[in-house]
Design a protein around this ligand. Structure first.
Ligand SMILES: *[C@@H]1O[C@H](CO)[C@@H](O)[C@H](O)[C@H]1NC(C)=O
Ligand SMILES: *[C@@H]1O[C@H](CO)[C@@H](O)[C@H](O)[C@H]1NC(C)=O
Ligand SMILES: *[C@@H]1O[C@H](CO)[C@@H](O)[C@H](O)[C@H]1NC(C)=O
Ligand SMILES: *[C@@H]1O[C@H](CO)[C@@H](O)[C@H](O)[C@H]1NC(C)=O
Length: 462
């Protein structure tokens, strides 16, 4: 598609830098120099205002199909603008912002896709959108012109560099294996292949708290204690939508619907204090709650039976709202550290300034003491995702599409190191915001907490 070329041009042009890679057998360094930001932002603004005025005209004509398309186009342009803003912030020093470029590339492709649909929907509309069409065509040719300035092929170099780094890492990992074979389950070593679809929700209810607490987490323990196989847990952030000091349990799904709890297990006497839950992304695994503990870049494990807390620090992890999950209008508070479960156990998803606010993934080893396992740097910018979950050793990232839809757009395979930004799997919502999302490998369901509603989805693999 012609747009693909245009998008590639943007990618290259935005990062007009000199890159120098020198390799020896052991070292690899890059010198990056920004020669200026030549993205035709002004033109983009024109496109946006063109789309907005189209939306206004059409809405008054009550043509719903076109309305929906324009609405999507409008949101996409807003998102693109926001991401470009993030990119500019990242790009102002020595920071390397190529990550968001790939998101922008995908967004441009999607915008063009929407536009083509829009263009073919209605002949009346074609007159109205002519202005926007002209601008898009202009933008495209502008990008093609700018492409000629790309002599350095930065993106290609970056990809090569990344592959080298991964090969090195794999090599290191292999050599470690020969020294001390790991006894843990290998992540990603999973029989069901890749994520194909997310269907549902099969459940959407409010809890016994009603709509009092917009932030929280719920779900089922993938490795339940004996006798708790059918139980559900609920952690509502009862203090300022930030903190919680107890876990509420239900002995069945109907008990949850009816609001008849099996009781609360208290983590700390007051709220907030040392060891209270901070942020909504907590998970239950092996009858212990894993969460970001109060005012610290650490994972806490609360043993539900012994009622004791153990802690492990996430080195250099951002916390207290430095790198939260975000969408167009806002960020979700205190979502710096997202705990996740999958077939191989417990994971921590967070970010570090060293990785430029991009997601860092760590395996959390839970047998015996609480320790950190292997860590991966990804190129998913934390603020461009609304949440993440793990399934079969693969990290998935979601983003906001509109009030009714969320989208699984990103994946990172911990086995191959492969990253994708183009999954395009829709998740239907009943409410706008997603405060927490986690996968349970036992029933292969996704559990979502959304503006006080608790939702569950069936996940299918190929
Ligand atoms: C939109 O449709 C018109 C008429 O069919 C066509 O000439 C034009 O190239 C189309 N524009 C885009 C961007 O697809
Ligand atoms: C995914 O699920 C939706 C609705 O639940 C369905 O319409 C669609 O065909 C499914 N897609 C695939 C690839 O199975
Ligand atoms: C929780 O405590 C119980 C009792 O001390 C112990 O048997 C169990 O292994 C602990 N669970 C975890 C996950 O540490
Ligand atoms: C992640 O990136 C940081 C900064 O470049 C580096 O210090 C760290 O070693 C990397 N971690 C891994 C696991 O590659």
């Amino acid at each position: 598609m012609a747009l693909q070329a245009a998008a590639t041009a943007v990618t290259a042009v935005l990062l007009t830098m000199l890159i120098q890679v020198s390799e020896t057998t052991e070292t690899c360094f890059c010198e990056l120099r920004n020669l200026g930001n030549t993205f035709p932002d002004e033109k983009l603004q024109n496109v946006k205002s063109g789309a907005t005025s189209c939306t206004q005209k059409i809405t008054s004509e009550q043509i719903s199909e076109i309305d929906v398309l324009l609405d999507q186009l409008h949101y996409r342009l807003l998102q693109l603008e926001g991401d470009i803003r993030v990119l500019e912030i990242e790009d102002d020093g020595d920071l390397f912002g190529a990550i968001s470029l790939r998101i922008i590339e995908i967004e441009l492709a999607e915008i063009m896709d929407l536009f083509v649909k829009l263009n073919t929907t209605n002949t009346v509309q074609q007159r109205l959108s002519a202005n926007t069409a002209a601008q898009l065509v202009n933008l495209k040719s502008e990008m093609e012109l700018l492409e000629k300035f790309d002599r350095t092929k930065v993106v290609l170099e970056k990809e090569k560099n990344k592959r080298l780094k991964r090969d090195l890492k794999d090599c290191e990992a292999k050599s470690e294996v020969t020294i001390a074979p790991p006894t843990i389950t290998v992540p990603g070593n999973c029989p069901y292949g890749h994520l194909l679809n997310v269907t549902g929700p099969t459940s959407y209810i409010t809890t016994q708290y009603g709509t009092s607490y917009p932030y929280g987490a719920w779900g089922r323990d993938p490795k339940p204690a004996l006798g708790k196989e059918d139980w559900y847990f609920l952690v509502a952030l009862t203090s300022s939508s930030v903190y919680a000091n107890y876990v509420r349990e239900y002995s069945s799904y109907s008990a949850l619907i009816l609001g008849v709890s099996a009781g609360d297990v208290t983590i700390a006497s007051s709220n907030p204090t040392t060891n209270t839950v901070q942020g909504p992304n907590a998970v239950l695994y092996g009858d212990a709650l894993y969460y970001n503990c109060y005012n610290s870049p650490s994972v806490c494990r609360f043993n539900m039976s012994a009622r004791t807390v153990s802690t492990v620090a996430l080195p250099a992890a951002a916390y207290n709202n430095k790198f939260s999950f975000c969408h167009l209008e806002a960020c979700y508070i205190y979502t710096d550290i997202d705990m996740a479960t999958d077939e191989s156990g417990v994971w921590a998803v967070y970010s570090t300034p060293q990785n430029f606010g991009n997601v860092v993934l760590s395996k959390v080893e839970v047998d015996g003491g609480l320790t950190l396992g292997r860590t991966w740097n990804t190129s998913l910018h934390k603020r461009t995702a609304t949440n993440t979950f793990m399934a079969c050793g693969v990290l998935y990232g979601t983003r906001y599409v509109d009030k009714q839809n969320e989208e699984v757009f990103y994946s990172f395979d911990t086995v191959t190191g492969q990253e994708r930004f183009d999954l395009g799997l829709r998740i239907k919502k009943t409410s706008t915001n997603v405060q927490s999302l986690n996968y349970n490998p036992r029933d292969r369901m996704l559990y979502m907490y959304s503006d006080s509603y608790v939702l569950a989805y069936q996940v299918t693999f190929d």
